[in-house]
Design a protein around this ligand. Structure first.
Ligand code: FPP
Length: 253
């Protein structure tokens, strides 16, 4: 059983993916939203406990209006398209972030999905939408001081006031698109997370790469001390090749 239970993903590289194909940036988001469906399915298949995906940050409001409205539309489309599968697979859905600024229809769809899946016991699927990590912490601190004036706050207190406390700490954060930063995502929850940055742009990200990363990081935690699935095997083969060439070079000297 993998020690990776909660995976958080920064889905980056949509714009560059589209630009490279001489298409508008929104085309990358449209393609990227199909990948969201694939990765949710993969997370469910491998029995992850929680998957949190960064779909729209508080900073994303500064993008062109057409791009912002496309992202809203894609969230709405996802909720409509995936509803039956989310219900059938016992997935517990939630959006974290300040959703009151979203279009009314989108808010209703989010609320409906959250209510319908409230008792689900499977994968905890979270979309961070209009989300910022610092804002989440500030919101929790302010709520605490309002409710318990003068009391000293503990880690548990703060954790309980996060948007979705039951998902707990992130075990692994994956960022696609080649950048290596966390961009104000789940700052509190990622204190001990393993980080994995892949150059693959989000629209090219596949369930197979997703599963390999999880396997690889599970192995990384164990420092390759044991045989650990295919990645460890590949790793030890690579190592054997390196050793062999070092040995041969040595022998040639
Ligand atoms: C960053 O790529 C990505 C986003 C700001 C949005 C991510 C959204 C999706 C993958 C689709 C949303 C779908 C659903 C179902 C909610 P970027 O455009 O900043 O990439 P760039 O760095 O190449 O410009």
């Amino acid at each position: 059983m993998s020690s990776i239970k909660h995976v958080a993903i920064i889905m980056d590289g949509n714009g560059r993916w589209a630009n490279r194909r001489l298409r508008p940036r929104i085309w990358g988001h449209v393609r990227g939203s199909a990948v969201v469906s694939d990765i949710v399915r993969a997370a469910d298949d491998i029995g992850l406990k929680a998957l949190t995906m960064y779909a729209f940050s508080t900073e994303n409001w500064s993008r062109p209006l057409e791009e912002v409205s496309t992202l809203f539309r894609l969230l709405k489309k996802f909720l409509i398209k995936e509803k039956a599968r989310i219900l059938a697979n016992n997935i517990k859905f939630k959006v974290i972030g300040e959703i009151q600024n979203l279009p009314h229809e989108t808010i209703s769809l989010i609320k409906e999905m959250e209510a319908l899946t409230a008792e689900a016991t499977g994968l905890k699927l979270t979309f961070a939408f209009n989300y910022g990590g610092r804002a989440e912490i500030l919101r929790a601190v302010n709520a605490f001081h309002l409710n318990y004036p003068g009391r000293t706050m503990t880690e548990n207190d703060l954790n309980d006031l996060m948007y979705r406390p039951e998902t707990g700490d992130v075990d692994l954060m994956i960022r696609t698109g080649g950048e290596q930063r966390i961009s104000n995502f789940l700052l509190w929850q990622m204190a001990y997370a393993e980080m994995y940055f892949t150059p693959t742009r989000w629209p090219d990200f596949t369930p197979s790469e997703f599963k390999k990363i999880i396997e690889h990081v599970s192995c990384r935690e164990r420092r390759f001390g044991n045989v650990c699935g295919q990645t460890a095997l590949e790793h030890s083969m690579e190592k054997a090749e390196t050793n062999k060439s070092v040995f041969i070079k040595g022998a040639n000297l």
